[in-house]
Design a protein around this ligand. Structure first.
Ligand code: NAD
Length: 307
């Protein structure tokens, strides 16, 4: 649920997001395709609350129901577990419901766990050690995933910088020991890891040239404005961990729910796929002399062909 300038912008975004979901499921070797829904808010508007929010979610639920299971929805930017509960009043093709009701809960903490694993694998690749203790991580976007990632990195002993366009997020970030900075400062800081956890498209030729971290690994979908940005980063010696590999933790958790009786221990086991896949992507990129993006796309295509 997000404000868009017009419906054309929303359609462009949802098509890019559903493409990313296809790559994500394929790279994680899950037996599912890709899909995404957006609830379009008028540009500049605040998220609706009360009966208006309920009506928007119920409309969305009716649309999902009309697809008869070809698309299963879940939490993402601007929506939370209780919203999925509202949607569930109109369709059974919704996941990420409350664990007490047999669902797998909000996928965001699982996405954060997967991103943390991706950060550790990237550190291992770039420095020889995946240990987060004493490293500095700059997180841009302190929403559901960003806060959980900050908590995990802090617990592992990392120093944190945190940025969000919403000043209300500052208290949570500082509560985890993070230093509050502007989004531009987070991007340019000479840190070990920059973790984009806001919206997509934040890295274009201009911003990629200003990135100060040696590693970029985060949750945001479609971080690169276009594929050529992967080359700009590689030329600058920045290791970019492909977003659709890093941020698969949530969908991996949902896949356990869709298998039948939800078991968080099974989800945790399956989450290890992210580290294995990312190690292979980095090795393939080195062997072929390509970028991690090209190697991750090749791997996803290979897995799509055999499935
Ligand atoms: P969220 O809506 O909870 O949080 C996003 C945060 O980013 C908000 O606090 C918002 O204020 C902030 N933000 C927006 N623009 C910003 C900017 N320019 N600079 C700094 N902060 C900005 O969303 P989320 O669920 O935490 O998801 C974050 C990203 O991860 C999204 O790109 C989402 O598609 C992706 N993702 C999420 C999941 C999941 O499980 N929630 C799974 C895979 C990928």
């Amino acid at each position: 649920m997000w404000p868009y300038d017009d419906t054309r912008a929303a359609v462009r975004d949802v098509l890019r997001l559903s493409g990313a979901m296809t790559f994500k499921a394929a790279a994680a070797d899950l037996p599912m395709g890709g899909g995404k829904g957006v609830i379009v808010l008028p540009a500049g508007s605040l998220p609706p609350t009360g009966p208006l929010r309920t009506a928007a979610l119920e409309d969305f639920g009716d649309t999902v129901q009309a697809l008869e299971g070809a698309y299963v929805t879940a939490e993402d930017v601007g929506t939370a577990e209780e919203d999925m509960q509202t949607i569930a009043g109109r369709t059974r093709h919704v996941s990420g419901l409350d664990v007490r009701r047999g669902g797998s809960g909000d996928p965001s903490p699982w996405t954060a766990l997967g991103v943390q694993e991706a950060i550790e694998v990237s550190l291992e690749r770039a420095t020889g050690s995946g240990d987060l203790a004493g490293r500095t991580v700059a997180i841009a976007g302190l929403g559901s995933v960003g806060v959980a990632l900050a908590a995990g990195c802090a617990q592992a002993g990392a120093h944190l910088l945190a940025a969000d366009i919403d000043p209300a997020r500052r208290a949570a970030a500082e509560g985890l020991g993070a230093r509050w900075v502007t989004p531009a400062q987070a991007l340019e800081a000479e840190v070990d890891v920059y973790a984009p956890c806001a919206l997509g498209g934040g890295l274009d030729h201009e911003t990629a040239a200003r990135a100060g971290a040696r590693i970029i690994a985060g949750a945001a979908n479609n971080q690169l404005a276009d594929g050529s940005v992967a080359e700009v980063l590689a030329d600058r010696g920045v290791l970019w961990a492909p977003d659709f590999v890093c941020n698969a933790g949530g969908i991996i958790n949902i896949s356990v729910e869709l298998d039948g009786a939800y078991d968080p221990a099974r989800a945790r086991e399956r989450l290890a796929t992210i580290g294995h896949t990312l190690r292979r992507v980095f090795a393939d990129a080195d062997a072929a002399g390509t970028t991690p993006l090209a190697a991750a796309r090749a791997l996803a295509h290979e897995r799509l062909r055999v499935s």
